[in-house]
Design a protein around this ligand. Structure first.
Ligand code: URP
Ligand code: ZN
Length: 460
């Protein structure tokens, strides 16, 4: 079936461009000022609305296990929330069991995704142990479309952490194979010492979570990882950057020509550490923690000057009851927040409408750059003939208060509850099908697994 998207304001690198789009067989086949069609073509009138490429979220955790709890959105629920928010492609993670091979973990995670996702998805592969056999798997995985490998430098208690001596050979192998390393950057001895001080004093109230994971833990690890990546010729991408100092270190590495990339998240841009003084502080347990206003300003500036490449959500929500079960001890609270449904709207409202960023930056960090950096371009992240027919129809006008009960995540609360947000996702098109329109899901076409090319290369 063909679909004509009539009279949209396409968000492009050069501002807004009024045009028609013809979608055929899951692809964009034509982009012209005015397309005249004959025969049986459905028409979607979108006059006055913005049209973006389907957004790509480079960082989600569907059904992630943390301190004995599973994050409450699985692939079916989380991907529906994503579509309602204009995100058509998700990058989740394959996490090997201890002792398990990487390929095995990737295959199981892809199968899990295929059993229920409504969005397209790819996986980064987490590496939590280094051995000759693990390193030997990497070139084959890269060739098969798993081109990014995530390391945690914190979370000892979850057996996720690699140390610097383990990062070096991994970075060498990934760099040689043409892949990219992605990093959760927190210096563990700082985190462990600061956390240990609260534990020793038996003062583990949730309000102490940010002091247990201070800004210097992030910046110290960012500096070390930049050094390792430079010495091993490996491109590196930092997840969920939260501090001003880390942005400056990343900016300096970029200016020196190193392939270093950074993501921040809506919660670091919009929420701050003041929330840890509230009675419901425990709900905002996320790592890295929320920071100061000065960090927020630097993160916005980072988007403007290109030091921040993407805004991912780190979508990893837990019900209030899951968060509050262990509320008397922040070291036992599952970490994570939701964001997948709100990302595009929050960045438009707090970013574009409030004059912090342009529509081009909005397009870049939510759509184009995540696709480009993770080897999904030119199929994803752009509107051009030959690209996947994944689109967002965005109404810039309405001003709506966030209410978790109107959202599509399984989670029973939302970090932005009550916030007035300008702009709404009128419609989402994935693979040429209208999957979400004016507040209702239309067709339930299963999402596909998307093997990826090298960073900046051509995705399948
Ligand atoms: O608190 C967080 N960020 N939870 C999800 C896991 C991670 O660290 O990305
Ligand atoms: Zn992380």
């Amino acid at each position: 079936m063909s679909l004509l998207v009539r009279d949209g304001l396409l968000v492009s690198q050069d501002g807004l461009v009024r045009a028609d789009l013809l979608l055929e067989e899951g692809k964009i086949s034509r982009l012209e000022d005015r397309i005249a069609v004959r025969g049986s073509v459905d028409v979607l009138e979108v006059s006055g609305k913005l049209v973006l490429p389907g957004a790509v979220d480079p960082h989600v955790h569907m059904g992630f296990r943390f301190l004995g709890e599973g994050s409450c959105d699985d692939f079916p629920m989380g991907s529906r929330a994503a579509l309602a928010g204009g995100t058509t492609t998700l990058l989740d993670f394959a996490l090997p069991e201890l002792g398990q091979g990487l390929q095995h973990a990737v295959s199981s995670r892809v199968d899990e995704g295929l059993r229920g996702t409504h969005a397209d998805f790819g996986v980064h592969c987490i590496v939590r142990e280094i051995s000759d056999s693990v390193l030997a798997e990497i070139p084959t995985l890269v060739a098969a479309g798993v081109t990014s490998f995530k390391v945690f430098t914190a979370y000892d208690e979850q057996h996720l952490r690699l140390d610097a001596g383990e990062l070096v050979p991994l970075f060498e192998v990934v760099g040689r194979a043409g892949g990219m390393i992605t990093v959760h950057a927190e210096e563990p001895s700082i985190v462990n010492r600061c956390t240990g001080q609260f534990v020793a004093k038996e003062d583990v109230r949730p309000g102490n979570h940010p002091a247990a994971r201070p800004a210097i833990a992030e910046s110290a690890m960012v500096a070390l990882v930049i050094e390792i990546a430079g010495a091993t010729n490996c491109p590196v991408y930092f997840h969920h950057i939260s501090t001003a100092r880390a942005v400056s270190l990343i900016g300096a590495a970029k200016a020196a020509g190193q392939p270093v990339y950074a993501e921040t998240c809506p919660h670091y841009l919009l929420l701050d550490a003041g929330l840890y003084k509230q009675e419901n502080a425990v709900d905002y347990t996320v790592s890295p923690p929320l920071r100061q206003r000065v960090d927020q300003e630097r993160l916005w500036e980072g988007i403007r000057d290109g030091d921040i490449d993407t805004v991912g959500t780190d979508h990893c929500p837990f019900h209030r009851e899951q968060k509050r079960k262990t509320a008397e001890d922040f070291t036992r609270v599952p970490n994570g927040l939701s964001g997948v449904e709100m990302r595009l709207r929050l960045l438009y409202s707090a970013g574009v409408c409030e004059g912090r960023i342009s529509t081009k930056h909005w397009l870049d960090v939510c759509c184009k750059n995540p696709a480009y950096l993770f080897g999904l371009s030119p199929s994803k992240g752009e509107i051009s003939p030959g690209a996947d027919a994944d689109l967002v129809v965005f109404d810039p006008e309405p001003c709506v208060r966030v209410e978790s009960k109107r959202q599509h995540s399984a989670c029973d609360w939302d970090p932005y509850e009550g916030l007035e947000v300008q702009g709404a996702v009128t419609g989402t098109v994935r693979g040429g099908e209208v999957v979400w329109w004016e507040g209702a899901f239309r067709s339930a076409v299963p999402g596909r697994y998307r093997p990826r090319g090298p960073s900046g290369g051509s995705g399948a």
